[in-house]
Design a binder for this molecule. Structure first.
Ligand code: ADP
Ligand code: MG
Length: 250
């Protein structure tokens, strides 16, 4: 198996010279194999967003290495970093982050437009991912005309249209009603199974985490334990997660 993500000894300390220092992450080590669907679970303030921002090149660690497809992303600078992010990374956020003055189609096309792809390539790729996510009928709508669930599906299509090495999600179901949340998780699961897309999902919600195949539990900036799904059904895995949270919290 090849690793798509390889995290080595990550430490993150917030606060510059004259400010109070705060250690948000320490001793973080883990790998994500190609095609895995991994969850990172932890309470609010445990360091999930800090970790995901470092993995996705939005922030830098104080020390340590992050290899994505064997490239150390902590060493990338300026344009190199922008290019790497545009080609290798997909990201969905809790609050969708769609551009309000662009249609769904234009939002989804954005990563490819920024890469300077021609309109045939863009048309083809947007059409393919829109079909997969059931968005064909709303491509000419603006975000304000869409429901939360639809917005997050558009955001997911934008995150996947360039076929990134890995899809990162930071609480992507956090702003959705339970029906839309379930639909999004089913879709992520399908994309993982059918297209072998590697996914790293950060959440504090056991139900969301139950869609993953492996879960890393983070507490006070450190990974404390790991849970693998093995042959459990999703419902059984959900119960195992609740049990783990019970012991992990003590
Ligand atoms: P989570 O996503 O799990 O809720 P975060 O990664 O957002 O946690 O935050 C982890 C800890 O780091 C929290 O105590 C938070 O207050 C602190 N923190 C986050 N961002 C900053 C920052 N830019 N400067 C200082 N402290 C921060
Ligand atoms: Mg967070």
């Amino acid at each position: 198996m090849t690793n798509v993500v390889n995290v080595k000894n990550i430490e993150k300390i917030y606060g510059t010279k004259n400010e109070k220092k705060y250690k948000a992450l320490s001793d973080i080590n883990f790998e994500v194999d190609s095609g895995e669907f991994v969850g990172i679970m932890g309470a609010s303030g445990s360091g999930k967003t800090t970790l995901l921002n470092i993995l996705s090149t939005l922030d830098k660690p104080t020390s340590g290495e992050v290899l994505i497809n064997n490239k150390d992303v902590t060493k990338l600078k300026g344009n190199q970093m922008a290019d790497f992010r545009a080609e290798e990374i997909g990201f969905i956020f809790q609050d969708f982050n769609l551009l309000e003055n662009l249609t769904a189609y234009e939002n989804i096309a954005l990563p490819l437009s920024l890469q300077g792809k021609n309109s045939d390539v863009i048309n083809n790729s947007v059409g393919k991912i829109a079909k997969k996510l059931g968005l064909e009928d709303i491509l000419d709508h603006y975000p304000t005309e869409l429901s939360g669930g639809q917005k997050q599906r558009v955001a997911s299509a934008r995150a996947l249209v360039h076929e990134p090495a890995i899809l990162f999600g930071d609480e992507p179901t956090g702003a959705l009603d339970s029906k839309s949340a379930r639909a999004l998780l089913e879709t992520m699961s399908k994309i993982n199974r059918e297209d072998n897309t590697s996914i790293l999902l950060v959440t504090h919600d056991p139900f969301s985490a139950s869609y993953c195949n492996r879960i890393l539990f983070i507490k006070d900036g450190q990974i404390g334990q790991e849970l693998k799904r093995e042959n459990s059904s999703r419902a059984e895995f959900y119960q195992e997660i609740l049990d783990s949270l019970g012991t992990f919290a003590e």
